[in-house]
Design a protein around this ligand. Structure first.
Ligand SMILES: [Zn+2]
Length: 293
């Protein structure tokens, strides 16, 4: 299936008891691994790139790898720019053909966030690109973006009003989760999802998924979340597998990079398959066929 629009993938999940896994990939290897895993279990998938990944691997390389992987798959695949407060990188992703961008305006005050989000939506929609918006900050630092303190928090009514006014396609509100690994038990807020969806039909995204229990994911999915972001778990699986293999290389004094990729790819695939199971997206096959770019 060709590369599809993120909003179509997420909208297809509405009311169907699953959420689309949005996995932060880090390079062409993880793109290929995650898409092949999604294809093997019939799950739609959103490939997410952090700003750091875009700068490290290069937008052209990532976009090419995502399109290539999508063309070889029979499930819906989209490419998303995760947390990006930098308007220049937002514009780069839009020009380069990303399916969606998360404009992270949570470091701006409300009026500035409202103004700039509307500008990003206009720019993105002109190119057929979906916009996820974050005006409250999700706790934690992810790839150099974010804060450990709650700096901006609003009422559900304010969030919905800004989202509607700016034309936001997907909302990323505070739901009690945090980026990175949890050091203390979080206070989760699935009721906020219900409150938002009672006021509008803009899909709600759950960030900071790594570390939640299956029952907690189920609670969020039952409340109506249709996109769940996983970043830390893939990073850990990828790096720890590499470390294990490199220890063997050291012990045997045999150094073969391509052999190193095999266990890293296998670990990334295994990770995707486990989340597709937890999010009930396996077998749901990405119905979003419109909006391909
Ligand atoms: Zn996030």
């Amino acid at each position: 299936m060709p590369y599809v629009n993120t909003l179509d993938l997420v909208t297809a999940a509405k009311g169907r008891g699953y959420a689309v896994p949005a996995i932060n990939i880090v390079d062409p290897l993880t793109i290929k691994a995650v898409v092949e895993a999604a294809d093997s279990v019939g799950s739609p998938v959103i490939l997410q790139t952090s700003v750091k990944t875009v700068k490290s691997a290069g937008a052209g390389v990532l976009h090419f790898a995502a399109k290539e992987a999508a063309e070889n798959a029979s499930v819906g695949v989209s490419l998303h720019l995760d947390h990006c407060p930098d308007r220049e990188v937002i514009s780069l992703a839009i020009r380069q053909g990303w399916s969606s961008v998360l404009f992270d305006a949570s470091d701006r005050d409300l009026e500035q966030a409202r103004k700039e989000t509307a500008e990003v939506v206009a720019e993105a929609h002109a190119a057929g690109v979906t916009v996820e918006s974050e005006i409250e900050n999700i706790i934690g630092v992810e790839d150099g973006v974010g804060s450990d303190e709650s700096r901006h928090s609003y009422t559900v009514e304010q969030l919905v009003e800004v989202a509607k006014e700016t034309g936001t396609d997907l909302m990323a509100p505070q739901l009690g989760t945090a980026h990175g690994m949890y050091s203390a038990q979080p206070v989760l807020l699935p009721e906020r999802v219900e409150q938002i969806l009672a006021l509008c039909d803009i899909p709600v995204v759950l960030h900071g998924g790594t570390g939640l229990s299956n029952a907690e994911f189920d609670e969020f999915i039952a409340a109506g979340v249709t996109k769940i972001n996983i970043s830390t778990a893939l990073k850990h699986a990828y790096m720890k597998t590499a470390l294990e293999y490199l220890k063997q290389c050291e012990a045997s004094n045999k150094w073969e990079p391509v052999k190193l990729f095999e266990p890293m790819i296998a670990a990334s695939k295994e990770l995707f398959v486990s989340f597709a199971d937890i999010f009930h997206s396996a077998g749901k096959d990405g119905a979003g066929k419109g909006g391909a770019q």
